[in-house]
Design a protein around this ligand. Structure first.
Ligand code: SF4
Length: 91
C-alpha cells in the first residue's frame, strides 16, 4: 500500500475528536467509533506504537491502552488479532 493514510476513515474529519481534552471514556468514544470502521487501523496502530505517540486516539487505542501494551511488550498484531481476520472492535 503506497500510503495507507489515503484510506484512513478519519481523513477529512476534525482531528480534535482524536485528541479529546479529557480522558473520560465518553470523550474518547467518538474517535474510537471512527477507528473501528477504519480499513487501515493496523497500520495506524503500528505507526503510533513505533513512534511512541503519547497523546490521542490512534488505531482505536487510547494513551492508556498503548501504555499498557508497551508495558507488556504487546504489539498491534496481538492487540488487534490475526491480520487475516476482521479487526475486532476491542478498543
Ligand atoms: S485507525 Fe482511527 S486514527 Fe487511525 S487512521 Fe484510522 S480512523 Fe484515523
Amino acid at each position: 500500500m503506497a500510503d495507507w493514510r489515503q484510506q484512513a476513515a478519519c481523513r477529512g474529519l476534525d482531528t480534535a475528536i482524536f485528541f479529546p481534552e479529557s480522558r473520560k471514556r465518553s470523550d474518547q468514544e467518538a474517535a474510537q467509533r471512527v477507528c473501528r470502521s477504519c480499513p487501515v487501523r493496523r497500520n495506524c496502530l503500528s505507526n503510533a506504537l513505533r513512534d511512541g505517540e503519547k497523546r490521542g486516539i490512534w488505531g482505536g487505542t487510547t494513551e492508556n491502552d498503548r501504555r499498557q501494551m508497551a508495558s507488556v511488550g504487546q504489539g498491534s498484531e496481538t492487540f488487534l488479532g490475526d491480520p487475516r481476520s476482521p479487526v475486532s472492535p476491542s478498543a
